[in-house]
Write a protein that binds this ligand. Structure first.
Ligand code: ZN
Length: 170
């Protein structure tokens, strides 16, 4: 029986081989933001069409490892059509996922089959990540076992955040 990690690997490879929202938007009017991860050589270009308070379109360019490119694909699918506030919420949620997983890997906390749980509350109750809300993005949680790859996974999200910040600043 394929385990959760195999399923996650399939989701990551699917986004890598069939990236969503790949391409460019005319800039301007779209906002164009570039991100670079020198540790791995990943490049991401994010094009954002923001109309009022809505991210109406997202396109992704660039090149790099499977983690960086699949994360960018998932990011584009997750935020397209969402409000700017929702996009910021997803950035926060995803970055939380990337920072808490090590704690969740404590042997005493981890039971086989419990990974489908849609919430995680840390011992002090401060961390809560809704994996269902994250959809395919939950597949990237295994990345946290490989700290050098975290920057690959978060690159497109940091680039998106920079674009939203620039948009807000006018
Ligand atoms: Zn990478």
């Amino acid at each position: 029986m394929p385990g959760l990690e195999d399923l996650y690997r399939e989701i990551i490879l699917d986004h890598y081989r069939n990236p969503r929202n790949r391409g460019e938007l005319a800039s301007p009017p779209a906002r164009r933001v570039e991100g670079f991860n020198p540790l791995c050589g990943d490049e991401i270009v994010v094009f954002l069409d923001i109309d009022g308070d809505t991210v109406t379109d997202v396109k992704i360019g660039g090149q790099g490892c499977s983690i960086s490119q699949s994360s960018a694909s998932m990011m584009s699918a997750a935020v397209k059509g969402k409000s700017v506030a929702e996009a910021r919420g997803l950035i926060h949620t995803f970055k939380s996922l990337m920072s808490i997983h090590e704690a969740r890997l404590e042997p005493s906390q981890t039971e086989p089959g419990s990974a489908a749980s849609d919430t995680n509350t840390g011992p002090s109750g401060e961390v809560e990540v809704d994996l269902k809300r994250l959809g395919d993005l939950a597949a990237l949680q295994g990345v946290v076992k490989f700290p050098v790859r975290i920057k690959c996974a978060t690159l497109s999200w940091n680039t998106l955040a920079q674009g939203l910040d620039e948009e807000e600043a006018g």
